[in-house]
Write a protein that binds this ligand. Structure first.
Ligand code: SAM
Ligand code: SF4
Length: 326
């Protein structure tokens, strides 16, 4: 079992399969980003070996992310290998959905269980502006394909950006009236790559909640306000689905955090909003044993930080969001 010094049991690993992406969302990366050469990224056998070690340590929940995980070559076989690793109980993915209409069936058959799709607007023009190149219709058919294939419940993540998609919050929340989806609104966080934009144009979960309540009336809070993952869940009056608010900046959920992240270049990132990382790929490539890698992981987890320091001006600038894996 992997424990940190605050007594948190860490058993959820988010793996960034690649820092590459087929979109360039304004709030995530610069348009002219240079991606890492493939040789610097973890190879399939390296990912599978690390997953085996994490699973033996009691990690049972895995999410594949990026960059865009579906642009990774051989993603279906990689999913199969991870899903078949003893100890892996849940396997999900976060995706922009662009390639999902092609991949949903194969991914589900390989053992993927659920997907969180990122979608910040239902307006095709605005979608193109926010992603700098995407087609909303591709994402929409990707979501439909995932739903038809049983990759459910569908969750939609929307980052809310001032002067860009405030009005879209209400349209996205409305999706839950007729669909059993969870639409989650995320406070924008600052990293490298788009730092000024992220700092200046963030919107708080409190503002988002107020806009939704103005449109639909008071929200019913669910689970007595207990977090579902990182989200506080609400229901619009009479809705089939739920609305989630993820207030990572204004109300961090450190006490409930059970996660660690593996960056695409094989660093164990202990907290999204802190720069601290421990290199696993270099020792792995130097030929260390599973036991030694396990020791490195256990010691790193013990040092997992508590709390971000954004209010004190400490912004994690060693990575873009796409490199860390959201
Ligand atoms: N490409 C996939 C996608 O977009 O779903 C997976 C990677 S993306 C980095 C993971 C999540 O992080 C997405 O839901 C995205 O909207 C969110 N994200 C990206 N940049 C962010 C930022 N600066 N603050 C908050 N969330 C961000
Ligand atoms: Fe790509 Fe996801 Fe970042 Fe958008 S949020 S640029 S889809 S990695």
């Amino acid at each position: 079992m992997a424990l940190d010094r605050y007594g948190r049991r860490i058993h959820y690993l988010r793996i960034s399969l690649t820092d590459h992406c087929n979109l360039r969302c304004l709030y995530c990366m610069p348009d002219d980003i240079t991606f890492r050469p493939n040789a610097e990224l973890m190879q399939d056998d390296e990912i599978l070996r690390l997953v085996r070690i994490f699973a033996r340590l009691g990690f049972d929940k895995f999410r594949l992310t990026g960059g865009e995980p579906t642009v990774r070559a051989n993603v279906v076989e990689l999913v199969r290998g991870i899903a078949q690793t003893p100890g892996v109980r849940t396997l999900s993915m976060t995706s922009n959905g662009v390639l999902f209409s092609r991949l949903a069936k194969d991914l589900a058959e390989a053992g993927l269980q659920r997907v969180n799709f990122s979608l910040d607007t239902l307006n095709p023009e605005k979608f193109k502006r926010l992603t700098r190149r995407g087609k909303l219709e591709d994402v929409w058919s990707g979501i439909q394909a995932a739903e038809q294939t049983g990759l459910t419940p569908i969750k939609i993540n929307a980052v809310v950006v001032r002067n860009h998609n405030e009005q879209d919050v209400v349209d996205l929340a409305r999706l839950t009236l007729e669909r059993p989806w969870q639409v989650r609104f995320i406070e924008m966080m600052p990293f490298a790559g788009a730092t000024e934009f992220q700092r200046m144009q963030g919107v708080t979960a409190g503002e988002i909640k107020a806009w939704i309540e103005d449109a639909f009336g008071p929200l019913e809070i669910l689970n007595d306000g207990k977090l579902d993952g990182e989200a506080v869940l609400y229901r619009l009056p009479g809705a089939k689905g739920t609305v989630g608010l993820i207030a990572t900046v204004t109300r961090p959920f450190c006490a409930n955090c059970t996660r660690a992240r593996l960056t695409a270049d094989g660093r164990l990132r202990l907290c999204l909003l802190r720069e601290k990382e421990v290199d696993l790929l270099t020792p792995l490539r130097q030929g260390v044993s599973d036991l030694a890698l396990r020791e490195i992981i256990v010691n790193a987890i013990w040092e997992k930080p508590w709390g971000h320091r954004l209010a004190e001006g400490e912004i994690p600038l060693n990575r873009t969001m796409s490199e860390i894996g959201g």
